[in-house]
Design a protein around this ligand. Structure first.
Ligand SMILES: Nc1ncnc2c1ncn2[C@@H]1O[C@H](COP(=O)(O)OP(=O)(O)OP(=O)(O)O)[C@@H](O)[C@H]1O
Ligand SMILES: [Mg+2]
Length: 331
């Protein structure tokens, strides 16, 4: 895939209806400077979306603030800066992350981990657009956009008094949910292409995922979402580069198929009507042409009908694929 199609290394890849909906929300969000809350499991692309919102109308810089790492007494100074002499060791005035983001975007990552005493200061920052460095007497005005992200359920956190209700209400005005990868598996082939391209650019010898590999990639549920897929592709490319003759799937992928079968089996054993359960049976033998036809149908489905990609998946030429599609009446 060309860079123009991916829109750069940080672009949001995917054509599933869920990702198209996210794209529309990014476009909407980029038209104003209201706070945005990004929700989604780990690795689902929250930071990619934050950058896309910022980049859509670039002004200032995007300053990522990892709320989980803001601990201890220096936390407030990290965020809001301090004035000289405000505590021992404060030998000079220092700007905080919030001031660095002035004119741009402050990305509060893992906002659910922000300590309560900082949450109240963030609320003031959102409502009044002002902050006060440690030791300063004056409030300072600032013009920034706030994007927050979390994998936690903030509503539950607020109900349990671990997150301020008022801050939650402020943030939930514009929410973008990042769907987990298992709910948009049709994006997998495009993402694989994109990560293979990135692996090639970093100097690795790139493999062509055959039918079996693609089937395993599509079958697996990706609890670590896109990040896990990216790492899996990088690892496979690295091993392939080192001269492995076969593409080695990560063990989690190999095991998932086996564990799914085992799970079905144990459910069946637990239940009296075991016979009605779908214990995997050996499939009936089918003719070679029929098997070929089904494989082509699978490849077309896995590539959302993109014939060039389907041909690559199948390890055959494009013309051969066209001929076979005609032969089997699949067009
Ligand atoms: N739709 C996507 N297209 C291309 N790359 C993606 C996409 N979603 C995620 N990635 C890639 O997957 C990795 C994880 O994405 P990201 O850091 O945005 O996830 P996250 O939701 O912020 O995860 P965490 O909650 O763990 O911080 C990154 O390398 C990112 O570039
Ligand atoms: Mg993140």
């Amino acid at each position: 895939m060309s860079r123009s199609a991916t829109g750069g290394a940080h672009a949001l890849v995917g054509r599933s209806p869920q990702i198209e909906a996210v794209r529309r929300l990014i476009e909407k969000a980029s038209r104003n400077r209201l706070p945005v809350l990004l929700l989604g499991e780990s690795g689902s692309g929250k930071e990619v979306v934050a950058r896309a919102i910022h980049d859509a109308r670039p002004c200032g810089q995007l300053v990522p603030i990892d709320c989980g790492s803001l601990v201890g007494t220096l936390m407030e100074s990290e965020l809001f800066g301090h004035v000289r002499g405000s505590f021992s060791g404060a030998t000079a005035d220092k700007k905080g992350l919030v001031e660095l983001a002035d004119g741009g975007t402050a990305f509060f990552d893992e906002i659910g981990d922000l300590p309560l005493e900082m949450q109240v200061k963030l609320l003031r920052l959102i409502q009044e657009r002002e902050f006060r460095p440690v030791g300063a007497l004056q409030w300072r005005k600032v013009d920034l956009r706030i994007i927050a992200a979390t994998h936690r359920d903030l509503k539950t956190e607020a109900a349990a008094s671990r997150f301020r209700q008022d801050l939650f209400y402020r943030l939930e005005v514009f929410v973008i949910h990042l769907p987990p990868l298992r709910e948009r598996k049709q994006d997998i082939p495009l993402l694989v292409d994109c990560f293979l391209e990135q692996a090639r650019e970093s100097g690795l010898a790139v493999f062509c995922p055959g039918e079996e590999v693609m089937r395993a990639l599509l079958h697996y549920d990706w609890p670590g979402n896109v990040r896990e897929l990216k790492h899996a592709i990088e690892r496979m490319a690295a091993l392939y580069s080192e001269g492995a003759r076969e593409i080695e799937l990560p063990s989690a992928l190999r095991m998932s198929a086996e564990s799914k079968d085992l799970q079905r089996l144990s459910e069946a054993v637990d239940d009296r009507s075991a016979e009605e359960f779908r214990i995997p049976r050996r499939p009936p033998v089918i003719s070679l042409p029929e098997s070929e036809r089904r494989t082509i149908v699978d490849a077309l489905a896995a590539t959302s009908g993109e014939r060039g990609k389907a041909a690559r998946l199948l390890g055959i030429g494009r013309t051969t694929l066209y001929r076979k599609i005609k032969e089997y009446g699949l067009d």
